[in-house]
Design a protein. Structure first.
Ligand SMILES: [Zn+2]
Length: 290
């Protein structure tokens, strides 16, 4: 299917991206909520066609799958498989080059931007599959509660809080038993997945959406219990993501009972640019500078 640029809407009505009420595309300000450019210069409708998350999950899916293939191909002889559950694992070297995080990359090598890049890398086929399935399921729920712009910010920030917590625990709490220690090296989107779960829990509480709250709590408990049975799971990374997502819902501007505004979409674009920069900087630093 050829790629088509979205067509700008010039007539008719559109759902205001902020308050979700119908407005005329010609209206400069939403009569319901006062938001300027309620139709996003004619692009609100094509964006909404991509889903409640304005296509964000597609970007994550395509990005993570591409990076998984790149990390496999970059060091083909280093690819390992150990049984059905540990299929097609990119080499540690390859993951390091493209931005795995943890106490060693951050505190020993000064690769601080990996707090973000690591969320787009995966250590095996199942790791990738599970995380993408969770994201695909949770993203529309978070987008409906917070709006697409805030979803992108929550996902980006909680990827960082997840990496920071697990790396700091590994660096500064060295007396912890090995099975409870933080990560010296870590990759995966699960920090952001747990971030979305934390954001859904606080959304359920603040917006008094009991069904969402019950579902989010159940999914969170299932995720923590399930990952307890899988070896080599970054538990502190999960905690860091969840707490980060929960706290974000309490931040000014991120309260899900308030509608999202134009500046949230601006911050989301900024978050995507910073993420892309971290992913480009990683191999450049590793191969040319580091
Ligand atoms: Zn409105």
């Amino acid at each position: 299917m050829p790629f088509k640029l979205p067509k700008r809407q010039t007539s008719g009505s559109v759902v205001c991206f902020s308050c979700q009420k119908l407005v005329s595309i010609e209206q400069k300000n939403c009569p319901q909520c006062g938001q300027a450019n309620p139709g996003l210069w004619g692009y609100a409708r094509p964006l909404r066609r991509l889903g409640a998350d304005f296509g964000f999950i597609k970007i994550v899916l395509i990005g993570c799958i591409l990076l998984y293939l790149i990390t496999l191909l970059f060091d083909l002889p280093g690819v390992q498989s150990a049984g059905v559950m540990r299929l097609l694992m990119p080499s540690s070297y390859s993951l390091l080059v493209f931005g795995s995080t943890g106490a060693v990359p951050i505190f020993q090598w000064g690769r601080w931007w990996t707090v973000l890049s690591s969320g787009w890398l995966h250590g095996g086929l199942w790791h990738l599959g599970f995380n993408m399935a969770w994201l695909n399921y949770l993203s529309p729920m978070v987008a409906r509660g917070y709006g697409a712009g805030r979803l992108v910010s929550i996902y980006t920030v909680t990827t960082v809080t997840s990496s920071l917590l697990t790396s700091s625990i590994a660096q500064y709490w060295i007396t912890l038993p090995r099975s409870f220690s933080g990560a010296s090296f870590s990759v995966g989107a699960s920090g952001g997945v747990f971030g979305l779960l934390g954001a859904l829990v606080i959304y359920g509480q603040l917006a008094n959406q009991r069904q969402v709250l019950r579902q989010a709590l159940t999914l969170t408990i299932i995720s923590f219990v399930l990952s307890a049975f899988v070896g080599r799971v970054d538990h502190w990374g999960h905690v860091g993501g969840f707490v980060g997502g929960y706290l974000m819902g309490l931040m000014p501007g991120f309260n899900p009972t308030q509608p999202q505004r134009l500046y949230h979409l601006g911050i989301a674009i900024g978050a995507l640019v910073v993420t892309l920069a971290s992913l480009i900087l990683s191999p450049i630093h590793a191969l040319l500078i580091g």
